[in-house]
Design a binder for this molecule. Structure first.
Ligand SMILES: *Cc1c(COP(=O)(O)O)cnc(C)c1O
Length: 350
């Protein structure tokens, strides 16, 4: 597959500033775009980042037939650029697309799109220890049509830019027992746009009440913990690394599964099972739950310092996150090429 590259005549990159880690949260100079019509992907190309022409009646705008991914490319200590777990992200992208009645993309198209974009914008990839190039592959239904209908036309795009998580103090989270992120039989396991719009209002209320995030619970009884914000949840319980088992209301996080693997490699017992709100509250009180953390591509591992349930606010005992930070060091070592990569998680660009 050859993807033509139409270079941006007015590149914005300041390679020295990127190298110094001074650029974050801005898009790079180029984007990948391909169009789907009459049952096939066509016109795949890399071009200058710019607005896309879209009918006001594009189906995606009205009915949220939109799916995305979030992944990162890391500047290795050798200077090479490598993407973390390309295949697993591609696989999840296709699963989300099937759920939303959208056409899948081949691994070849997905990986070459990302390779060509990163080769073109390689000066935008910042070095570690925390910074990386955030990649946002996404697809949107573009067919112009009045009324609810499965689209027959789509755009697949990849955009991205340098991103450095800002270090924050350990998160204060609130167990959400009124609103739900996802219901059984719904689309919580798909990375589809509508899930995130629905989460905004409860998240805003949590912010107004002084919390950083909510802990989502099951939508029927609100007794089982599921995720935190847009991250999977992990706990250290009596020295074991424990996370909710996947269901159709939990997103199958790439960071989550990678952390479970690393924890097992480091010799920890790992459990994927039902975790109740009550178990966590009691465990934090009596100290058996020593750590709680979010897991996701953006923040990698985000420590949780306090959990609120109703009027009660309880603090985690191990604020140093002994276990979680050990796992994070290992994960980052693989991502930045400082440690061996026995499972070939890193996809080398050049
Ligand atoms: C993307 C996402 C995650 C984290 O997945 P990663 O693959 O680790 O980035 C967790 N929960 C939700 C709801 C998400 O959208």
């Amino acid at each position: 597959m050859t993807i033509p590259i139409d270079r941006n005549p007015n590149p914005n990159v300041d390679a020295l500033a990127v190298e110094a880690g001074k650029v974050s949260n801005v898009h790079s100079d180029h984007m990948f775009i391909a169009e789907y019509a009459q049952g096939e992907w066509r016109k795949a190309r890399v071009q200058a980042f710019r607005p896309i022409p879209l009918s006001p009646l594009a189906l995606g705008l009205h009915y949220a037939q939109i799916v995305f991914e979030g992944m990162k490319a890391y500047r290795q200590v050798s200077g090479e650029v490598a993407v973390f777990r390309m295949e697993r992200h591609h696989d999840r992208f296709n699963k989300s697309l099937v759920r939303m009645c959208m056409p899948t993309v081949s691994y070849e198209l997905y990986s070459e799109a990302i390779r060509e974009l990163l080769k073109t914008d390689k000066d935008w990839v910042p070095p570690g220890p925390e910074a990386a190039f955030y990649l946002r592959p996404f697809m949107i239904a573009t067919e112009e049509r009045m009324g609810l209908h499965e689209s027959r036309e789509f755009m697949f795009m990849v955009v991205g830019g340098p991103f450095k998580p800002i270090y924050t103090r350990p998160l204060k989270v609130k167990v959400e027992v009124e609103f739900s992120r996802a219901a059984s039989g719904g689309v919580g396991a798909a990375k589809c746009a509508g899930n995130y719009a629905g989460a905004m209002y409860p998240t805003r209320l949590a912010h107004e009440q002084g919390f950083d995030q909510v802990i989502w619970t099951d939508s029927v009884n609100h007794t089982r913990v599921e995720e935190s914000g847009t991250m999977n949840l992990g706990f250290v319980i009596n020295g074991k690394v424990v996370t909710p088992a996947l269901t159709d209301t939990i997103l199958d996080g790439v960071t989550r599964i990678s952390i479970l693997q690393i924890a097992a490699d480091l010799g920890y017992d790992v459990e994927e099972r039902v975790i109740t709100v009550q178990e966590i509250l009691e465990g934090v009180r009596d100290g058996s739950v020593s750590e709680a953390f979010g897991m996701g591509t953006a923040a990698s591992v985000a420590p949780i310092g306090m959990i609120a349930f109703g009027d009660e606010q309880i603090e985690l005992s191990d604020t140093n996150q002994t276990v979680a930070s050990q796992i994070k060091r290992q994960l980052n070592g693989i991502r930045y090429g400082e440690l061996a990569d026995p499972r070939e998680w890193m996809y080398r660009i050049e």
